[in-house]
Ligand binder design. Structure first.
Ligand code: ADP
Ligand code: MG
Length: 255
């Protein structure tokens, strides 16, 4: 696998009334194409800051970001972003929600419309295309939000606590659902979560950040050595609790 994303020496200082706050420091990371990497760390350690910097929505103080070897400044079309709220527009149908990104980019054409239509069919939302978001379950809404993001064909998807608003049962199902879709579409994912189990169940590697200023303390490789791995079946693997204990201890040291 080729590396798709490289972060070099990223730091971020915020200016506030009380002075400067160094949110993250000395972040170096390489992510391979198709890889899922989770980022965990204490609350306020700079996880969201790091994702907004990668997305280009927030400026970095130092460092460089490369996507497919190309240095990027600001927002890149190769990156998609998913937040905790699905941000579907209630007054628009599912169809006009999922094509919103294309619309904003002036990229509504036959080819792209076919692509979105196929995503809706493939992931069982096509029959709901004329419905409104309020008529869908939480899980289906999240899937619609994902298809809206995929419609503009990003290579890397950033997820910031994307499932934390859902209740436990739904979260497990949605996580599994989104995981399978992203794997099928060959998307690279960077997942920020405060949930150790979610991080293990979804990732090839888990990066642990220190408390603020967030720096990378350690990166753990997660390998269940099983075919057709998914977030649900790997929770039953004996290795799961081993990974959990390791990460739990590592996070605990800072508290
Ligand atoms: P996390 O997502 O890990 O909980 P954040 O990235 O949201 O952490 O925040 C990291 C630190 O930076 C926190 O101390 C937060 O208060 C501070 N911070 C975040 N955004 C801003 C901002 N716009 N201005 C000043 N400080 C900020
Ligand atoms: Mg956050």
């Amino acid at each position: 696998m080729d590396k798709i994303l490289e972060l070099k020496d990223i730091s971020k200082k915020y200016q506030s009334k009380k002075g400067e706050i160094l949110a993250i420091d000395n972040i170096n990371m390489r992510v391979k194409e198709g890889e899922f990497v989770s980022i965990i760390g204490p609350s306020g350690c700079g996880k969201s800051t790091l994702l907004s910097i990668i997305s280009g929505l927030e400026e970095k103080t130092t460092g460089e970001i490369y996507i497919e070897g190309e240095k990027i400044e600001g927002i890149s079309a190769k990156i998609g972003y998913m937040l905790q709220k699905d941000c579907l527009l209630e007054w628009r149908t599912i169809w006009s929600n999922v094509v919103l990104g294309l619309e904003l980019k002036g990229k509504i054409n036959e080819e792209n419309k076919n692509y979105v239509e196929n995503l809706l069919k493939k992931y069982n939302l096509y029959d709901f295309k004329d419905k409104y978001p309020s008529e869908l379950s939480g899980g289906m809404r999240q899937r619609a939000a994902l298809i809206r993001t995929l419609a503009v064909r990003p290579k890397i998807l950033l997820l910031d606590e994307a499932f934390s608003a859902l209740d436990y049962q739904t979260r497990i199902m949605v996580t599994n659902d989104i995981y399978n879709i992203l794997r099928k579409e060959g998307i690279t994912a960077i997942i920020v979560t405060h949930d150790i189990s979610e991080a293990i169940s979804m990732s090839d590697r888990v990066a642990v950040l220190t408390k603020r200023p967030g720096t990378i303390k350690d990166i753990h490789k997660i390998d269940f050595e099983m075919e057709n791995r998914n977030p649900i079946n790997c929770r039953e693997n004996p290795k799961f609790s081993k990974y959990f204990n390791t990460l739990w201890k590592e996070l605990g040291v800072d508290e």
